[in-house]
Design a protein around this ligand. Structure first.
Ligand SMILES: Nc1ncnc2c1ncn2[C@@H]1O[C@H](COP(=O)(O)OP(=O)(O)O)[C@@H](O)[C@H]1O
Ligand SMILES: [Mg+2]
Length: 139
């Protein structure tokens, strides 16, 4: 499905609708350049799944975990691999274990940096910038 978003709020709404299709244990890959709206999308999804706090790209920690008030999806794992330096740093995150948790949803920004790790049938969302608009492709 292809969406055009003209505002951050619209991207959040698209994310909120999408998040209703998720179930515990799902992994979502978010692909696209800096500023294309990946983190904004996670904000919308997290809110709709029952997390009210702030959502920022986990710049220094690489992984943030948000508890939710959702009955089945109890936490959201938000990963941003942008600053990953090498595969040992990647392994240290133990993403496979985190992502296996059937009580959580895992969102991964810059999944291309996973290399061969976490071979999975993740949902893929691709973000593109078109002037002031954002194109969001949900695979
Ligand atoms: N339609 C839109 N959807 C999402 N973000 C938008 C949109 N239009 C403008 N923006 C701006 O683009 C930036 C997106 O940032 P962010 O979500 O952090 O991107 P990323 O995580 O992909 O680097 C924000 O500053 C936001 O205000
Ligand atoms: Mg981001």
């Amino acid at each position: 499905m292809i969406f055009t978003s003209t505002s951050p709020d619209q991207t959040k709404q698209i994310a909120a609708d999408f998040s209703k299709t998720l179930k515990g244990g799902d992994i979502v890959f978010l692909e696209g350049e800096l500023g294309s709206g990946k983190t904004t999308f996670v904000q919308g999804a997290a809110k709709s799944l029952g997390y009210d706090g702030p959502v920022r790209s986990p710049t220094f920690t690489i992984v943030n975990i948000y508890p939710t008030s959702n009955r089945t999806i109890k936490k959201i794992v938000h990963v941003d691999l942008y600053r990953i330096k090498d595969s040992s740093e990647l392994r240290a995150l133990a993403l496979e274990e985190l992502a296996q948790d059937t009580n959580s949803i895992t969102f991964i920004e810059w999944p291309n940096l996973l290399g061969s790790l976490l071979k999975t049938n993740a949902r893929r969302i691709i973000f593109g910038e078109e002037g002031l608009k954002r194109k969001i492709i949900i695979k």
